[in-house]
Ligand binder design. Sequence first.
Ligand code: PLI
Length: 472
Amino acid sequence: MNQNPLRTMGQQFSRRSWAEPWKIKMVEPIHTTTKEERERAIREAGYNTFLLRSEDVYIDLLTDSGTNAMSDRQWAGIMLGDEAYAGSRNFYRLEATMQKYYGYRHLVPTHQGRGAEHLISKVAIQPGQYVPGNMYFTTTRLHQELAGGIFQDVIIDEAHDPGNLHPFKGNVDIAKLDAVLKKAGGAQNIAYISVAGTVNMAGGQPISMANIRDVRAWCDKHGVRFFLDVTRLAENAFFIQEREQGYRNKSIREIVKEFCSYTDGAWMSAKKDALVNIGGWLAVNDDTLFDNLRNLVVVYEGLHTYGGMAGRDMEAVAIGIEESMEDDHMRARIGQVYYLGELLLNWNIPIVQPIGGHGIFLNAKKIYEHIPQNQFPAQMLAAQLYLDSGIRSMERGIVSAGRDPETGDHRYPKLDLVRLTIPRRVYTQAHMDVVAEAVKYVYDNRASTRGLTMVYEPRDLRFFQARFEPVA
Ligand code: PLI
C-alpha cells in the first residue's frame, strides 16, 4: 500500500461521505463510440487529442479550462449583460469583485488568460531581461520569450520528482533566485518574478503562504517586482487551509486575499477557478504600470472596460469568482480530484503525488518505461486512453515542453505526464469510476504499447496541433 502521509489528509473526505453543494438542473447528453470509430478518429487526429472532434469523445478530461458548468446565478447574470461599448455596468461589478476578493487596485479585462500574459509581458519585460518562474506554463513562458525575456525555472527540485511528497511542491527555491540574480548581473536585468499558484505543469501543486512571504521579502530586498498567476489560486488556498500551520480555521477567501497582498499584481484565466467558459483579466497596484497596460489593451484586446469580453461574460466571471471562494464548493471540487486519485493509487498506478488541485497526472515515463522520451510516451498514453474508452486527456511532457530557443533541440522535461483534468461541477462520481477503470485497463496492457514519431510540428505551442504516427 502507498505510504503517502498526505493521503490521510484526504480522509476528512472519507471518514464520512461528502457530496457536492449543488444539484443538477440541466443535462447535456454524451455518447459512447465503437472501438472502430475511435480507431479512425484518433488516426485522423494524428494521435493528438487536441485534434479530436468533441462529438467523438465520451468523457472529456482534456482540460478544466472553459469547460466548467455555470450555476443558475451565473446564467441569470448572463441576462443582465450590459452590452454597451464603453462603461458597461458589468465591468464595474467585475472590478469591484476583483478588488474585494483579490485586493488589487486596478483591473484590465482581457479575452482570456493569454491576453493578459501578452500585455504584462510586453509592458514589463525589456529584451534580454530574465523572468524567473516556478516551473513554466506553456502560454506564460511563450509570451515572456516573445517579449524578449529569458525564462528561468526557480521551482524547488522536489517539483520535478513525481513521487516526492513535499506538501508544497509549487514553492520557489530562494537559492535559485539568488543564482538568477548573479547570472543576470543585477536586479535591473530581472523583469519580474512570475509565480503561479497552483503550478499546472507540476501536477496542480500549491505554494505555501510562508514561501510567498519569503519571495516578497527577496523582492523587497533587491527591488524586483512580483506578479502572480491567480488562475487557480482559490485551489491553492484550499491546500494552504489543509496543510499549513495557522490556516486551518481561515476561509479560502481570507487566504486568497492574504496571498495576493504579498504581490504587485496578477493575471487570471477566468476559465478555471472562476467557473466560466471564457474570460480573463490583469490587475495591478501601480498607477504608471496600469496606465501603460490600459494603453495596450485597446490595441490588442478591446476597450479598457471590456477587453474582449461581452458584458454578460464579465457578469458571469464576477459571480463565478464569488462562488469559487466558497469553502464547500472547493472541498467538493478537490474532493472529486482526490476521489479519482485514490482509486488509482489503490491499484498502484503511478501518478504525481501529492494529488494536486485540478486533475490527476499519470506518470507516463514510469508507465511506459520501455518507450524512449523522444518517442513521446505521454502522447501515446493519452491516445491509448481514448482508444480504450473515448476518454480524452492531455499530454503534459516533452511535446508540451517544446524546443529550446537557443539550441533548437527538444526540451527533455523530467515530468512526462498525462493530465486527466477535471472540469468543475460537470461530471459525477460514476464518471470518475469509469475513468479509473479505463486507466487500469490501459496500464495493465502497457507492455505491448509502442511509441510515436512526430510527422508535423508547428513552430509555437506545438502540442496543440502536432501530428504523430505509431513507430514502425
Ligand atoms: O487558456 P487561457 O489563455 O485562458 O489561460 C492561459 C493560462 C494561464 N495560466 C495558467 C496557469 C493556465 O493553466 C492557463 C491555461 N491553461 C490551460 C488552457 C490548461 O488546459 O491548463
